[in-house]
Structure formats: structure tokens, C-alpha cells
Design a protein around this ligand. Structure first.
Ligand code: APR
Length: 239
């Protein structure tokens, strides 16, 4: 397909999902070999799972940390970091991913709406900030506590919790004229609605992934392919 034009007047909003890290060796969630084929969401990724068995939740996220630490950014992460450099002040990256491959590729203007694997925070709403923590815990006894006495939990948005940074995200979408969505199945809200919000603002909306997402109808272009193969040549910047 021909490259997508980025005009000098464009502001670009990018949303990424697990598919952009697939070529780095990290499993997605809903593909046939994905994480939710081997685990039940309600056992490892809900506030109720945390209350019932923090050990199971930490075992799951410790395994994710171990895998994330071994992975390297792929050409799709690098292409987005390069695009940001070419569009100073006109580029915003929102990721649903909790891995740090975007920042390791060089992305700066980046928001992790579903949290970050390499941080932990107090299980209580005590006001303490999340802390850097990339330890792979062998058991619950190793997990520290906050000054208030609460146990540290992964800094991850569980199902049923509010995604992070929604005010900023809404503001960025309102200002954008081009939305690129990469490697997400369009099955988790509110992220699956971003394309509708962008369309409402009159933006062009592009999806890139090996298969059409559930919300494919809302995109002005659907580009079928692997992110690492297609993204580096997807855009043409008009001078
Ligand atoms: N390049 C681009 N996309 C790919 C690639 C690839 N190489 N390989 C797979 N994909 C696509 C799949 O076609 C699928 O549409 O990535 C998508 C992954 O979808 P999901 O597994 O549902 O992941 P995601 O949409 O990111 O999940 C959203 O769900 O479980 C929660 O919090 C978790 O952030 C996650 C959210």
C-alpha cells in the first residue's frame, strides 16, 4: 500500500497494544497462544484476585517482569521513537502495554494507561507514589510494604479499575488530526473507544496489525501486516 501522508499541520496520536511487542517475543493476551489462554483474568488481574490471593497475582506479574527484562525493542518501537523526533510537539504515544520497550527504544512523550511492570505501589489509597521495582519475586514474603503498612502491589490497572491519565488522553485526542492504532484487538475499553473519539473530532484513523480488530469499522484505513515489518515504512512526512 502507499505510505500515509503526515502533513505539517498534523498532530499524531498513537495507541499501541500487545501486538507491537509480539515481535519482541512477548505474548499478546487474546491470540490463540496468548496469556489469557493460559491464565484466567479473574485469578490474576482483578481487585478481587488481589484480595483473595496476592501470591497468585504477584506470581503472574513476576513472570511478566522476567519475560519483559529479556525482551528488546523491535523495529516498530524504534520507528515510533523516530517519528516522535521528526514531529516535535506534534506526537503523543499512549500505550496499553505495561512493558518498557517504547521508552527503551527512545520514546519520550509516552503514557502507560494500564500501568507499568517495573513499578509497584501501595495496595491502599494512602497517597504514596508508585515506586520503581523490577524485582522478580519468588514468593509473597519477599514483597515489601508501604510506610503505611499496606502491601506493595504491581502498578498495573486491574480489570474494573480506572485507566491512568484519562484527562490527558482525552485532551490529546481532541487536538489530534491523525490517529494510528497498532496491535490491539479493540476488545478492552475505554481504549477501544479512542478511535471513535478521534473520528468525532474529524481525524484520519489508521489501524495496523495482522488482522482486523473488533472496532475495524471505525478506521479510515486498516493496514494488514506485522508492526515490525510495516511500521518503519508506513508514513511519509510532507515537508
Ligand atoms: N504486529 C501487530 N499486531 C499484532 C502482531 C504483530 N506482529 N501480532 C499480533 N498482533 C495483534 C493481534 O492481531 C491482536 O489484534 O495484536 C492484537 C493483540 O490483542 P490483545 O491480545 O487483545 O492485546 P491488547 O489489545 O493489547 O489487550 C488490551 O487487555 O488484557 C488486557 O490490560 C491488558 O492492555 C491489555 C488489554
Amino acid at each position: 500500500m502507499s505510505a500515509i501522508l503526515i502533513k505539517p499541520s498534523d498532530r499524531v496520536f498513537v495507541l499501541t497494544g500487545a501486538g507491537i511487542s509480539a515481535e519482541s517475543g512477548l505474548p499478546t493476551f487474546r491470540d490463540s497462544d496468548g496469556l489469557w489462554a493460559g491464565y484466567r483474568i479473574e485469578d490474576v488481574c482483578t481487585p478481587e484476585a488481589w484480595e483473595r490471593s496476592p501470591a497468585d497475582v504477584w506470581a503472574f506479574y513476576s513472570a511478566r517482569r522476567a519475560a519483559g527484562q529479556k525482551a528488546q525493542p523491535n523495529p516498530a518501537h524504534t520507528a515510533l521513537a523516530g517519528l516522535e523526533k521528526q514531529l516535535p510537539g506534534r506526537f503523543f504515544l499512549c500505550t496499553q502495554n505495561v512493558d518498557d520497550l517504547h521508552e527503551r527504544a527512545g520514546s519520550v512523550n509516552l503514557l502507560h494507561m494500564h500501568g507499568e511492570l517495573a513499578k509497584s505501589r501501595c495496595e491502599r489509597a494512602c497517597g504514596a507514589e508508585p515506586v520503581e521495582d523490577d524485582r522478580v519475586y519468588a514468593n509473597l514474603n519477599e514483597v515489601g510494604r508501604c510506610a503505611c503498612g499496606g502491601r506493595l502491589r504491581p502498578h498495573i490497572v486491574f480489570f474494573g479499575e480506572m485507566p491512568l491519565g484519562m484527562d490527558r488522553i482525552r485532551r490529546e485526542i481532541r487536538q489530534s488530526t491523525l490517529m494510528l492504532v497498532v496491535g490491539t484487538s479493540g476488545s478492552v475499553y475505554p481504549a477501544a473507544n479512542f478511535v471513535h473519539w478521534a473520528r468525532f473530532e474529524g481525524a484520519r484513523t489508521v489501524y495496523l496489525g495482522p488482522e482486523a480488530p473488533l472496532n475495524a469499522d471505525a478506521f479510515t484505513h486498516v493496514v494488514e501486516g506485522k508492526a515490525g515489518e510495516v511500521l518503519p515504512g508506513l508514513f511519509h512526512l510532507e515537508a
